[in-house]
Design a protein around this ligand. Structure first.
Ligand code: NDP
Length: 280
């Protein structure tokens, strides 16, 4: 890419914290491969400052914002328009700026399903179990329901959260106890447990892990570290395992397409973060 100039288009990620984010690496690799005069940066935005950040981005002519924790709900509120999916989730990880208007979308769930399919796992007609009922889990629950899963089981520490989240899958969704994962073809760990090596010995995940075995795919949304203790336990029990790096890549590819209006160079984006997959 040439140096940024007066015509350079800008996109960014907002979050708090955000300095660990792989999104600049993913998007800038795509711009470079396609010789686009675009730059993608990271902005740390304090809680409460999302409306000001979005207003600033609008005035400065940014083309897109990726939104990470804890701003996904505030991002939805700050947008002028929201997709039916973002409205249903009550959160957005993507803001697209077009002719002065801001459109909210959520690409996490579709990114997950795209990664499952890329890895050869088709959720249609299968039983899926999602551990967790937070924002990431809810995106997955909607996407798995839409992808035709025959059942979407939601296993969560707080049952009331599980019941509400399961409704997002439609009639195939239901809250379930940990042992129900034995019936699932795909088990998705969508809590922050394991992130950065935290949460060793978590009770819920230990209970889930006791019911895993061969013939199942166990997927951890966490990709840092590449193999969490939960994934290691799943692998020990004979299950196939995969971390959330592919979900990150695919949701970023969907964002790239929304921001730039052209197909994302997926292989280039994968290569940009390949080092993070070591050990996965
Ligand atoms: P949230 O903080 O919203 O997750 C909350 C959920 O996790 C709730 O269901 C909560 O249970 C459960 N939970 C939290 N702590 C524990 C615990 N100690 N034991 C059991 N359950 C617990 O996080 P997000 O949904 O935003 O993200 C979840 C994970 O997914 C994060 O690690 C995030 O980095 C990752 N992620 C990865 C992506 C990717 O592209 N790979 C994309 C988005 C997220 P309760 O309801 O009982 O409070």
């Amino acid at each position: 890419m040439t140096s940024p100039g007066a015509r350079t288009q800008l996109a960014a990620v907002i979050g708090d914290p955000v300095r660990h984010s792989l999104s600049p690496r993913l998007h800038n690799a795509a711009y470079g491969a396609l010789h686009m005069d675009w730059v993608y940066v990271a902005f740390e935005v304090a809680p409460g400052s999302v409306p000001a950040a979005v207003a600033g981005a609008r005035v400065l002519g940014l083309r897109g914002l990726s939104v990470t924790t804890p701003h996904k709900q505030a991002a939805l509120t700050a947008a002028d328009h929201a997709s039916p999916l973002a409205q249903r989730l009550g959160a957005a990880n993507t803001l697209v700026f077009d002719k002065g208007e801001v459109f909210a979308e959520s690409t996490d769930g579709d990114g997950l399903v795209a990664d499952l399919r890329a890895a050869g796992y088709e959720p249609s007609g299968k039983v899926a179990a999602v551990i967790g009922a937070g924002g990431a889990a809810r995106s997955a629950i909607v996407a798995l329901g839409a992808a035709g899963a025959s059942r979407v089981l939601v296993v969560n520490r707080s049952i009331d959260h599980a019941v509400r989240a399961a409704e997002l899958a439609g009639p195939v969704g239901r809250a379930a106890p940990a042992e129900a994962v034995a019936d699932a073809a795909v088990i998705l760990q969508a809590t922050p447990v394991g992130l950065g090596g935290r949460g060793e010995g978590n009770e819920l995940l230990a209970e889930v892990a006791a019911h895993l075995g061969a013939g199942q795919l166990v997927y951890d949304f966490v990709y840092h570290p590449p193999v969490t203790s939960f994934l290691a336990a799943a692998a020990n029990s004979g299950a196939a395992v995969r971390n959330g790096l592919g979900m990150l890549v695919h949701q970023a590819a969907l964002q790239f397409e929304l921001f730039c209006g052209e197909p994302a160079p997926l292989a280039v984006m994968w290569a940009a973060v390949a080092a993070e997959a070591e050990g996965a």
